[in-house]
Design a protein around this ligand. Structure first.
Ligand SMILES: *[C@@H]1O[C@H](CO)[C@@H](O)[C@H](O)[C@H]1NC(C)=O
Ligand SMILES: *[C@@H]1O[C@H](CO)[C@@H](O)[C@H](O)[C@H]1NC(C)=O
Ligand SMILES: *[C@@H]1O[C@H](CO)[C@@H](O)[C@H](O)[C@H]1NC(C)=O
Ligand SMILES: *[C@@H]1O[C@H](CO)[C@@H](O)[C@H](O)[C@H]1NC(C)=O
Ligand SMILES: *[C@@H]1O[C@H](CO)[C@@H](O)[C@H](O)[C@H]1NC(C)=O
Length: 397
């Protein structure tokens, strides 16, 4: 840990103490401290256009992505949000100040797209920025138009808003984001609110009543270092995640081609145990069997969607043991070898909060096998470079 990281984690842990004290207060107080739209009880799952298509999107691609979520069976596994990112709109508002879908690429308009997506049993997400333009600078942002845009989104049937942080007036996110929160709450339709200020002002410390999730990091790229560094920053805020209120280390890169299968498995496993939004970022119309096998792993998805909603922590640095509690007195443990040499990892059950003298049954969630020997103190695995082991641990005595 460098000095800045250390100071940051110190700051966060001292603020966490305050958070823990308040969360011991009545359930009502906790509820008041969440964005009261009833959404995000478990992390959102779906697809977003950015990581694969960037600005190169149109209504055909988005409809086909929705079709693919259904035909691959992924929608049944929980991937229900179909989210537009930047570049869906015209550069200028209409004469009444309304945002307009880009006429060449979304000729049928956003309402028609929402109807199509809803017709498949899915939900539509949209994108804007808490600034004068979105990050591409190819369309307006919502700063100063929050009420109008929120009502517009609601009238189109939008279910989710990702709200970026480009071309601002220089004021703090804590000033600009709650304006959109209030606008969405007044818009007459429950809209999941995803804050995307890149972790700049540590939104884990103020985001709970403002949004359903907040980015904790800058943008991900399709390589292993990017995945691990995002996970390392995101875990510093683990205490702040809970149902309705999630840390977001950015969208998935699985299937985009820049990593090995094992590295994508680590990426997906880390996002799952971190209770991160699982937003696919590949071309879901053209997924390989391997990609589908990773993002469709029901047992790993179940860890992400566990109703307890506790984000796993990195409990040992030396050998990279991650883990934490699940509902029904179960635990998840992830052993990660991020190094370029093999590692023989032994993790102690106590590392993830299992009380001493507890006998557990371990299920390997990537091999889909329950281990024959019951465990009493530890679990060992030989890990090749850039591989992981993910276990569901169930106490049996
Ligand atoms: C669509 O865009 C074209 C050129 O960009 C313009 O000529 C046309 O008037 C626009 N149509 C509408 C309905 O805005
Ligand atoms: C969308 O893009 C695809 C691929 O670039 C293209 O084939 C299709 O015609 C486009 N559709 C619209 C409505 O722009
Ligand atoms: C589909 O994916 C394969 C790689 O898995 C790639 O070679 C091919 O170009 C993709 N097709 C399209 C239409 O993007
Ligand atoms: C790990 O567990 C095995 C089997 O229960 C036990 O024999 C061994 O002593 C344990 N090792 C450590 C380091 O605790
Ligand atoms: C590595 O771990 C295995 C258990 O998975 C153990 O049997 C073996 O002795 C260990 N090897 C070394 C070199 O420590």
């Amino acid at each position: 840990m460098d000095r800045v990281t250390w100071l940051l984690s110190l700051l966060i842990s001292s603020l966490t103490v305050v958070g823990v004290t308040s969360s011991r207060a009545s359930v009502e107080a906790v509820r008041r401290n969440l964005l009261a739209n009833g959404l995000g009880k478990t992390p959102p799952m779906g697809w977003n256009s950015w990581n694969h298509f960037y600005c190169d999107i149109n209504e055909t691609i988005v409809k086909q992505a929705a079709d693919a979520l259904v035909s691959t069976g992924l929608s049944k596994r929980g991937y229900t949000y179909v989210n537009l990112d930047d570049c869906w709109g015209e550069l200028n508002r209409d004469e009444d100040g309304n945002l307009m879908a880009r006429n060449t690429t979304f000729p049928s308009g956003i309402k028609a797209l929402a109807d199509y997506v809803h017709g498949k049993g899915l939900k539509l997400g949209i994108y804007s920025s808490a600034g004068y333009y979105t990050c591409s600078k190819q369309m307006p942002g919502s700063l100063g138009y929050e009420e109008q845009d929120a009502k517009q989104f609601a009238s189109w049937g939008v279910d989710y808003l990702k709200y970026d942080n480009c071309y601002t007036d220089g004021s703090k996110p804590t000033i600009r984001y709650p304006v959109m929160t209030r606008a969405l709450m007044n818009a007459g339709r429950p809209i999941y609110f995803s804050l995307c200020e890149w972790g700049d002002l540590h939104p884990a410390l103020w985001g709970s009543p403002v949004g359903n999730s907040w980015r904790t990091t800058g943008d991900i790229t399709d390589n292993f270092d990017s995945v691990m560094s995002r996970a390392d920053v995101n875990v510093m805020y683990a205490e702040h995640a809970r149902p309705g209120s999630w840390n977001d280390p950015d969208m998935l890169e699985v299937g985009n081609g820049g990593m090995t299968k094992d590295e994508y498995i680590i990426h997906f496993s880390l996002w799952a145990i971190s209770k991160a939004p699982l937003l696919l970022g590949c071309d879901v119309r053209n997924m390989s069997k391997e990609t589908l096998e990773i993002v469709g792993n029901k047992e790993v998805i179940a860890i992400n969607q566990d109703p307890l909603g506790v984000q796993a922590k990195k409990v040992r640095e030396d050998v990279e043991v991650w883990g934490g509690p699940l509902s029904a007195y179960r635990f998840v443990m992830l052993l990660v070898n991020r190094n370029i040499w093999p590692a023989n990892v032994t993790a102690h059950l106590e590392d993830v909060g299992i009380p001493p003298k507890t006998v557990v049954q371990a299920r390997d969630l990537w091999e889909h096998k329950t281990m024959e020997t019951l465990l009493e103190t530890n679990i060992s695995a030989n890990l090749d470079p850039h591989t992981c082991k993910m276990y569901l641990l169930t106490p049996i005595a």
